[in-house]
Design a protein around this ligand. Structure first.
Ligand SMILES: Cc1cc2nc3c(=O)[nH]c(=O)nc-3n(C[C@H](O)[C@H](O)[C@H](O)COP(=O)(O)OP(=O)(O)OC[C@H]3O[C@@H](n4cnc5c(N)ncnc54)[C@H](O)[C@@H]3O)c2cc1C
Length: 475
């Protein structure tokens, strides 16, 4: 069968609010959809957990497309070869895609567009993956925003496009079963997630119904389902940021008292855009400090400490709970992400790039903009980051945001029987309390690999000694 239009989907694995797909349907004739596991210079290969998600998401998308009589083709290789070859094989006259913003990816897309046009094939790209495209949000002098608050103001002042309906059918409810050959740690992700467009919509509705009202208070409580858990769905575009944006806006119309909660939620969505805009302007954000805060710093080299961190065996319960939640589920609560990242970079003085790479491999929502952007933010070298000398105390944070220890008890079960007063600091508990809870430090649970106060002091002294050229005025 002759295919008139090819839709190349990347991080936009959905039917609804998909401008490229809608354009293909509008063009008339039959369409096919292509996804490429891209292998091209400059494109970062996906980490393991994200790869797991992608496979499931493609299965779900393929089922939804099949129901509409559209074939999903999945290829692996360099898209600069695969896309033109597929167009030729299908005899397609149009190619549509939704734009992406990382410079290396844009270079790939530009090369493909030029090659297709040379052959007389129309290649048309659309906006669909962010609230506002990077070139539409500029400072008064035409530059890129480096501070979040004015950036957020500018996004709020620009219209966010109204989502498009799905051009055909509803997405399949369930993804096809997963290939059983996946490594064990990825297989267990299966029990924690429903993947695909229908699951994304269900997650959004659950959030709007059950959690939005209390979002401002509960979003920092890791033991509570107080956030949307939409991040992997947004990462792979099973739902678009603008669908989420408009759904949250509509929730305020229904109930004006939700205003503050919705504002907070929208501002988190804008952080997502902020990081994508940074990546657009700074292709090297996973490798290079965005501000030279740490010029001259030699990060410590301590492989055993890094290993203890990755395994959730640092002896600091909230850090260990977070790292184990990540390992078990491919996701970690945002407040705890900040704490574990701070512990690694400040208390252990280990390079943020080590942590970024671990997250890259283990997060289902690992994203080339948000992961390095947030790591740099916590470390103190990112755009609009907290000053590097402001150091979280994980013990105080744990007492504040997990006051009854429910989060730690869930993920560090060997501490579950400790009373609330000691669950976040077992290393200070009296022997009788430890014995009563069946905890033997150094045996059933590690002693801390860093003394929080001493390591905090060491970090401050180390940073203070740097001849930083970091001057916000200079940026
Ligand atoms: C060290 C570190 C690494 C991170 N790595 C990633 C990553 O690879 N991918 C990722 O999507 N998020 C990352 N985040 C941001 C944040 O932790 C997650 O987006 C959030 O926990 C996802 O949960 P949620 O969907 O329930 O969030 P909600 O609170 O429900 O927020 C809604 C959406 O807003 C966006 N969002 C929320 N917080 C942030 C933020 N700080 N930065 C950017 N976007 C945000 C996400 O798309 C999220 O799904 C990281 C944060 C830290 C501190």
């Amino acid at each position: 069968m002759m295919i008139r239009s090819l839709v190349w989907l990347r991080d936009d694995l959905r039917l609804a609010d998909n401008p490229a797909l809608a354009a293909a349907v509008e063009a008339g004739g039959s369409a096919a959809v292509l996804h490429v596991h891209e292998e091209a210079a400059g494109l970062r290969p996906l980490g393991g957990a994200a790869r797991w998600w992608l496979e499931r998401s493609l299965a779900s998308l393929g089922a939804g497309l099949k129901a509409a009589g559209v074939e999903l083709l999945v290829e692996t290789g360099d898209p600069r070869t695969i896309v033109p070859e597929t167009v030729q094989r299908l005899g397609a006259g149009n190619v549509f895609w939704n734009r992406r913003y990382a410079p290396a990816a844009r270079a790939v897309d530009a090369a493909i567009k030029a090659a297709l046009r040379e052959r007389g094939v129309a290649a048309v790209s659309h906006p669909g993956n962010v609230l506002a495209e990077p070139w539409t949000i500029r400072t008064g002098s035409g530059g890129a925003f480096q501070v979040f608050t004015p950036f957020a103001r500018a996004v709020r002042q620009s219209p966010v496009a109204i989502p498009l309906p799905a051009p055909f059918g509803a997405p399949a409810e369930r993804a096809a079963p997963l290939d059983a050959g996946q490594p064990g740690w990825m297989r267990k992700l299966e029990g924690h997630w429903s993947v695909g467009e229908a699951a994304a919509r269900a997650a959004l509705l659950r959030f709007l119904d059950e959690a939005l009202d209390r979002y401002a208070e509960d979003r920092d409580r890791p033991s509570v389902s107080g956030t949307s858990a939409l991040s992997p769905h947004l990462r792979f575009g099973e739902i678009s940021a603008r669908q989420v944006w408009h759904a949250a806006q509509a929730a305020v119309l229904d109930e004006p008292a939700r205003g503050a909660a919705v504002e907070k939620f929208l501002s988190e969505l804008i952080w997502r855009d902020f990081n994508h805009h940074q990546l657009h302007h700074r292709p090297d954000i996973a490798a290079v400090d965005m501000r030279d805060t740490f010029a001259g710093l030699e990060w410590r080299d301590d492989p055993p400490a890094f290993t203890a961190w990755t395994r959730g065996l640092t002896g600091i319960p909230v850090v260990d709970a977070g790292m184990r939640q990540l390992w078990e589920t491919g996701w970690m609560h945002n407040r705890v992400r900040m704490l574990v990242a701070s512990f690694l970079t400040k208390n252990l003085l280990l390079d943020w790039r080590l942590g970024e790479r671990w997250f890259w491999d283990t997060l289902v929502d690992a994203d080339a903009a948000n992961n390095p952007g947030n790591w740099q933010w916590v470390a103190g070298c990112g755009m609009d980051a907290a000053p590097y000398f402001r150091i979280f105390n994980p013990l105080l944070q744990a007492a504040r945001f997990d006051p009854d220890g429910a989060y730690v008890r869930r993920w560090v079960p060997e501490l579950a029987a400790l009373p609330d007063a000691w669950v976040h600091r077992p290393f200070e508990a009296p022997e009788s309390v430890l014995a009563g809870a069946g905890v033997v430090l150094g045996q059933t649970y590690p002693r801390p690999i860093a003394d929080i106060r001493a390591s905090q002091r060491r970090a401050r002294e180390t940073f203070a000694a740097l001849k930083s050229t970091d001057d916000p005025e200079r940026l």
